[in-house]
Ligand binder design. Structure first.
Ligand SMILES: *Cc1c(COP(=O)(O)O)cnc(C)c1O
Length: 392
């Protein structure tokens, strides 16, 4: 079996000085606690805005809906893509003007559309006949964009199948929109979250162009394409950088649209917030299931129900650091609840120094997105994941 000293490349995930600050900040807070470094979110936003200067950013609120995060992004000029009346209430409570909001969920009740319209939201996504009719009824005269189905190939967290429709379906919806008094405004897609294959945007942009041309023949001039989310965060599996994504995607758009470039919207979630989070967790227990089992089980105080649901099928591989020295051993990692699906990683083997004992801490990096908002309210009595912003 594999034997060498434990090594973890911290610098790949965090500035070591900042890490020391986070450790001392978390020291007196009960574990587990998610520490969000808002400085990272600010630099991620600025990097993205600089890489795509002609695009409008609509932050996907679901990734990390903490008030501090929303307020920070609002102050930097972001717009917001929201998916429910509850997210809308939060935006309004924080004083964000409805003209900076889009209702990007294609699954919505008629009463919810009416609520959004009444509050002043004038930009909606759709992908189906019933939804379009509801929009015409409850949000008359508003701008609509149509979501294309993508396969999610190449993404660590695919959003395929459930959203969007084939261009043939959208073509008819677009023509019908004009008759219903809505404004057909653009096409959207989402290539899948943590999309590691930039080429997926190439296919999707080409489909947008196809639809643009098809409806132009019927006299409808679309104005916008929404290139979705899918931009990467820094997990165990490497990716290209966000500026590299931006450059490639702009090239795809220029190839297809030439001088007739549409308005470009994007809806980043993960890439803006994931890298800002350090989840400070405690080792609850260690055990070996039989005398000659190769792998030790390591139980943390956070698991699938406490915020790490994206470990389903080991899809997202969070970097996990044990702050001790010693020989490395391969382990199986699990959460604290009484549900046998609460196992984090069994096939992909994480390393831990042999010297770790219950009570030691484990630092889980890149946990600023899709963690706290996903944590369950009361399973086994465990409260939702506590999150604190480090602001200085
Ligand atoms: C979740 C979601 C996003 C954000 O995706 P990321 O991969 O986290 O950037 C963007 N747009 C829509 C419609 C979404 O549902």
């Amino acid at each position: 079996m594999f034997k060498e000293p434990y090594h973890f490349n911290i610098e790949r995930y965090i500035d070591p000085k900042r890490f020391e600050q986070i450790k001392s900040f978390a020291k007196d807070i009960p574990k587990p606690v998610l520490v969000i470094d808002t400085k990272i979110i600010e630099s991620k936003y600025k990097e993205l805005a600089k890489s795509l200067p002609c695009a409008q950013i609509y932050y996907a609120v679901k990734a990390n809906p903490m008030d501090e995060v929303i307020m920070l992004l609002a102050s930097l000029g972001s717009n917001f893509d929201i998916a429910s009346r509850y997210e809308l209430d939060q935006m309004l409570r924080l004083g964000i003007s409805p003209d900076r909001l889009s209702y990007g969920n294609t699954i919505k009740k008629l009463t919810d559309i009416a609520y959004f319209y009444e509050k002043g939201v004038r930009l909606y996504a759709t992908d189906s006949e019933y939804d379009l009719k509801n929009l015409a009824k409850a949000a008359p005269g508003t701008r609509v964009f149509y979501r294309i189905l993508t396969e999610g190939t190449g993404a660590d967290w695919p959003l395929s199948r459930k959203f969007g429709a084939h261009p043939d379906v959208l073509y008819h919806l677009i023509l019908e929109s004009a008759e219903l008094g809505l404004i057909p405004w653009g096409i959207s897609f989402h290539v899948g979250s943590q999309q590691r294959d930039i080429g997926q945007w190439d296919d999707a942009v080409a489909r947008c162009k196809y639809l643009y041309d098809a409806v132009a023949e019927e006299g409808i001039e679309l104005k916008m394409i929404n290139i979705g989310g899918g931009f990467p965060a820094n997990y165990v599996d490497p990716t290209f950088s966000v500026p590299e994504y931006a450059e490639e995607i702009m090239r795809f758009i220029e190839e297809d649209f030439g001088d007739n470039k549409p308005i470009i919207i994007l809806e980043p979630g993960r890439s803006l917030t994931a890298d800002s989070g350090v989840l400070v967790s405690e080792v609850v227990n260690l055990s070996r299931k039989s005398k000659n089992n190769l792998y030790q089980w390591v139980y943390l105080d956070v698991g699938k129900f406490g915020g790490l649901i994206e470990t389903i099928d080991e899809s997202i591989k969070f970097p996990i650091f044990f702050d001790k020295e010693g020989m490395a051993e391969e382990i199986i990692l699990a959460g604290p609840t009484c549900d046998s699906m609460d196992i984090l990683y069994e096939h992909y083997k994480y390393h831990m120094p042999e010297t770790v004992i219950p009570g030691d801490l484990a630092y889980i990096f890149t946990t600023g997105a899709y963690t706290q908002s996903y944590s369950s309210v009361n399973f086994n009595g465990f409260p939702p994941l506590r999150a604190e912003c480090l602001i200085d």
